[in-house]
Design a protein around this ligand. Structure first.
Ligand code: ADP
Ligand code: ZN
Ligand code: ZN
Length: 816
């Protein structure tokens, strides 16, 4: 027996299967998709079996007429292969699509326990426990102790250990992996800025000029309102050293502490049986084609475009139920942020213990346990964030992708896959039904649906004819003209007073995605934009410049607005703490529940705060993105958006789309129940179409306008993008790498393809490494992966020799 194995050496030269002989004693367990230990050169490596073949009489023959001597597989690590044949093909597809080694893709599909240093143990099965007489010392010991580390078994019972694969196959014992993280609490080291807003400038002035790194930390943290940030993130984003943080701590400017993060919130929870509602006419209309596709058991893809509260989730659950009734399995994907206890509860109460939940707050061990329920076919439904798309089901019938427009579906490290692409691949490959749902579909998705690539299903009404909230847009320039310099407009202020009087609840939303460092005129709403790229310039405080992160175009920060000559032009951004202070000043006695990284990092804090708000212990829920979706509070009748523009002028061609999505989602929080709702959107650019369209709940109009803009500027869905990023400690080297790659690519690209750059990346230095990038904009380039693959091979040696890094991001989501 021969096993074809992909070994764990992620470079292009080893990106193909190698043949190994399977010794007799291992043959009972040898299966496609298992992990094995094999000799490779002088080393022993882990590998993945992608094919098992019988020895041919006359195998491959070398030029000298001899058969090459095959080396032997040394160990098989799994009794149930963790990769199905379908997943092996998926990994191969991903390696081509996203330009990464096959083995890297395979590892991506598995829980991290299987990659790390977890210990393999043998455990007795029920069959062994029931058996009367056991003659084997190994098995007796196993029964007595309940488990035995595999390494011990081999050392102490070398002869019997050879029989273990056969025993596993016969169902006497099983192997599993144990990690030590089950009891330990998950904590993260965090930094908190101890300076008040008014102390920041003073501290900056006090620090010596050469303490540039310390200043950077203070400025960065002050920009985010002093919220605690993970040490790891600060080091990465700012490219500073740990010693810088230590110095700041000694000076008393920051505090560094271990903060606990939230573990399994569903343990020890009982779920009540769900009530099932008869479908509304709109639900029934979208349900018919879905049900038909499920019954036919063939590939079909749907885009379910339904306003918030139209009953999409009910339709998903019905589809899952129907799929299970067919004996097939279902994956339900949600963005991490909406994997709320409420959402899980809804599923658990409908499907009970047929559901596995995969979310990032689980420890490695807990994740592995949930994943094993899928592998061992103990569950038929998995609900989880991005990576749940890799669930090793063998009889998949349905994939649902809720909030399909969410950026978190894209993985921002190698392999840079999008869960939507993977979902489409798996649905096609397995003849499954794919439902993508959203109130605000991604432009790319809607464009494909409009062209008939996905079947478009629409729900325009909220369940129970609850009206969509009234949306009021307030022009903050007008407020300034009327001498109102507060962050609350007169309208929002008045409505808040009204709600306080009526004892109704409100949600205040601070739109602060990414770095809010664009430059805007507070008098006229004018923002500084790049002349060549049609995106906002990013403000750089260090040298008072504004720079385009696509092409490098730079100007000095102007003192006056180029449009209206006002002096009120400056960079923009507000923190939740500031808003909270302002609320206390304007509305004495108001009860504010603030939800941000600061108040929710403690274990269970998230749920606790929401519970308090639900119980009416707060008048205002104040927060960032994390309150924008998924929450459902009956008593909320007012939603205020403090500054809608903050995401509008980010240096990202998707800025308008993201703003529209955010405003629509936030609006969805108001008036979901009996009480009617109002939404107040404060903005400096009320005439902008993303704000106008969100106000009217008019996705169609937004889609059409945005498509025009994208066509004009040459962005997706009209053009596709590739972002190639280079990194090195020295600027000249990183520039040379980027130039070299650009030179290789230029003559090989179609004439219609644009190559932008090389130019410094938006975050120009990470972990002391400088970064440069090239962006490709292409329309008609069928061999793009191939060209990029050849470029990668071409660069391979050079990059290794210079220890430079390169990443290729197909269809990038994050351009910051
Ligand atoms: P969406 O996912 O589109 O935001 P949901 O499925 O969460 O909408 O439905 C919104 C609310 O309406 C939920 O509280 C849900 O239980 C309820 N609901 C959904 N469908 C029906 C129905 N057919 N009859 C009555 N209530 C429904
Ligand atoms: Zn530019
Ligand atoms: Zn102006």
């Amino acid at each position: 027996m021969i096993a074809k194995v992909i070994v764990d050496v992620p470079v292009s030269r080893t990106n193909r299967p190698f043949d190994y002989l399977v010794p007799d004693w291992l043959q009972p367990l040898m299966d496609v998709g298992s992990r094995v230990i094999v000799p490779f050169g002088p080393r022993k490596l882990q590998g993945y079996v992608i094919e098992v073949a019988e020895m041919e009489e006359s195998g491959p023959v070398e030029p000298n007429g001899k058969q090459p001597a095959l080396r032997e597989v040394e160990q098989i690590l799994d009794d149930v292969p963790p990769l199905t044949p379908e997943l092996i093909r998926l990994a191969q597809w991903m390696s081509r699509q996203y330009l990464c080694p096959w083995v890297t893709a395979m590892q991506t599909l598995l829980p991290s326990v299987l990659k790390g240093k977890a210990e393999k143990v043998l455990v007795p099965t029920e069959a062994l426990e029931r058996s009367v007489a056991v003659g084997s010392p190994l098995l007796s010991e196993l029964l007595a102790k309940g488990m035995l580390p595999a390494a011990d078994a081999e050392k102490r019972f070398p002869q019997e250990a050879l029989l273990v694969p056969g025993w596993i196959k016969a169902g006497w014992l099983a192997s599993e992996y144990r990690v030590k993280d089950r009891v330990t609490r998950k904590t993260v080291s965090c930094v908190t800025l101890l300076l008040k807003d008014e102390q920041v400038e003073e501290a900056l002035a006090t620090l010596p000029a050469r303490a540039e790194q310390m200043k950077r930390v203070i400025r960065h943290m002050a920009m985010f309102g002093g919220e605690p940030m993970p040490v790891k993130e600060l080091l990465e984003v700012l490219g500073i050293n740990r010693s810088t943080l230590k110095s700041l701590e000694q000076k008393g400017y920051v505090r560094i502490e271990e903060r606990e993060v939230y573990r399994d919130p569903y343990a020890n929870r009982r779920f009540t049986q769900a009530v099932r509602h008869p479908f509304t006419p709109e639900q029934a209309a979208v349900w018919a084609p879905i049900a038909q596709a499920i019954d036919e058991g063939r590939f079909a893809s749907f885009l379910l475009h339904g306003v918030t509260g139209s009953g999409k989730t009910e339709v998903y659950m019905e589809a899952i139920e129907r799929t299970l009734a067919q004996g097939r399995e279902a994956i339900f994907l949600v963005p991490e942020i909406s994997l709320t206890p409420q959402m899980v509860e809804r599923f658990k109460s409908r499907f009970g213990n047929r559901v596995a939940v995969l979310h990032s707050a689980l420890s490695q061990g807990e994740r592995y346990d949930e994943w094993r329920k899928i592998l061992h076919r103990q569950v038929q439904v998995v609900i989880g964030a991005r990576s749940a798309i890799f669930a090793p089901f063998r009889n998949l019938g349905l994939i649902v992708m809720d909030e399909e427009h969410e950026a978190s579906y894209k993985q921002e490290e190698t392999p840079r896959y999008h869960a939507r692409d993977v979902a489409l691949w798996r649905a096609r490959e397995t003849g499954s039904v794919l439902i993508m749902g959203s109130a605000t579909p991604a432009l790319e998705t809607y464009a494909l649906a409009a062209r008939g690539r996905y079947q478009l299903l629409t729900m325009k009404e909220r369940v129970g004819n609850r009206p969509l909230p009234r949306v009021h847009v307030v022009d903050m320039r007008e407020e300034l003209r009327e001498e109102n310099r507060s962050m609350f407009s007169r309208k929002l202020y008045a409505m808040m007073q009204d709600r306080l009087q009526k004892e109704e609840q409100m949600v205040l939303f601070l739109n602060r995605r990414g770095f809010s460092t664009f430059v805007m005129c507070r008098s006229c709403g004018h923002t500084l934009r790049c002349r060549h790229c049609d995106i906002s310039l990013t403000y750089h405080k260090t040298n008072h410049t504004a720079r385009c992160h696509y092409c490098g175009y730079t100007i000095r920060q102007p003192d006056r607005c180029p449009d209206c000559q006002s002096e009120h032009i400056r960079f923009f951004g507000t923190g939740t703490q500031k808003v909270e202070a302002e609320l206390a000043r304007l509305f004495p006695g108001i009860r504010v529940i603030r939800m941000d990284v600061d108040t929710t990092s403690r274990k269970g804090a998230h749920e606790e705060l929401l519970g308090k708000f639900r119980a009416g212990q707060g008048d205002v829920l104040l927060g960032t993105q994390m309150i924008a979706k998924g929450l459902d509070f009956p008593r909320v009748t007012l939603v205020g958006v403090i500054a809608a523009d903050t995401s509008l002028w980010l240096p990202d061609f998707r800025a308008a789309e993201k703003t529209f999505q955010l405003l629509t989602q936030v609006g969805g929080r108001a008036g979901r129940h009996e009480l009617a709702g109002d939404v107040v959107i404060q903005t400096y650019t009320p005439e902008h179409y993303s704000i106008r369209c969100a106000t009217r709940h008019d996705y169609q109009a937004f889609f059409q306008e945005e498509m025009l803009q994208r066509r004009r500027a040459g962005y997706p869905p009209y053009f596709r993008l590739v972002l190639v990023t280079f990194s090195h400690e020295d600027v000249p080297v990183v520039i040379r790498a980027a130039e070299e790659a650009a030179q290789f690519l230029r003559p090989r690209l179609a004439p219609t393809t644009q190559l932008l750059g090389p130019v410094a990346s938006p975050i120009a230095k990470v972990k002391d490494r400088f970064r440069f990038q090239i962006m490709l904009k292409y329309r008609d380039e069928p061999d793009i992966s191939d060209v990029l693959g050849r470029m990668a091979s071409h660069m391979d040696d050079w990059l290794k020799q210079h220890q430079a890094g390169m990443t290729i991001d197909m269809d990038p989501q994050m351009l910051l």
